[in-house]
Design a protein around this ligand. Sequence first.
Ligand code: ABN
Length: 179
Amino acid sequence: MTIIDRWFARTARRLAQHTSRRSFLARFGVAIAGGAALPLLPVARPAGAAPREPAPGEPDPTSPEGDPNACTYWRYCAVDGFLSSCCGGTHTSCPPGTEMSAITWLGTCRNPADGKDYVISYNDCCGKDICGRCFCQRNEGDKPVYYTHKSNDINWCMGTESSIYNSTVAVVVGVATES
Ligand code: ABN
């Protein structure tokens, strides 16, 4: 008998001395049933999150300039406000229950996807309390507020049903033709 055989024999004897057949069967049954239930438990599958494709003409959405939820997104170069995309809306649509202002602040931002400059309209979303998430102030081209038409530090909720400011979107108006 080898040392391994002797170890198995000793362990089996001890197990038999301390375990009744009934309790062994009960434990064995629990182990089998538990093992069968394991595959039914929920599993987080990273494969479910398909890689995001860049929208046409947009930078890679995983890059800082391509993520509309990040202040570094290319269209936000002249923004001053809370990002609608963090407030229940998207970068081009206002959160439900708010109204988009028709009067806006315009900026010019370079799109890294094609290297062109675009005119961006920063419309405010109005009618619900201030969002308070993802404040973003990049201010490219911004002038002090006494140049009213050149300042982004203005509540554009004018002519809307409510003047309560909630958040801001960034809509491409067109390609900038002059520098
Ligand atoms: N256009 C954004 C904003 C709203 C209220 C006050 C300042 C700036």
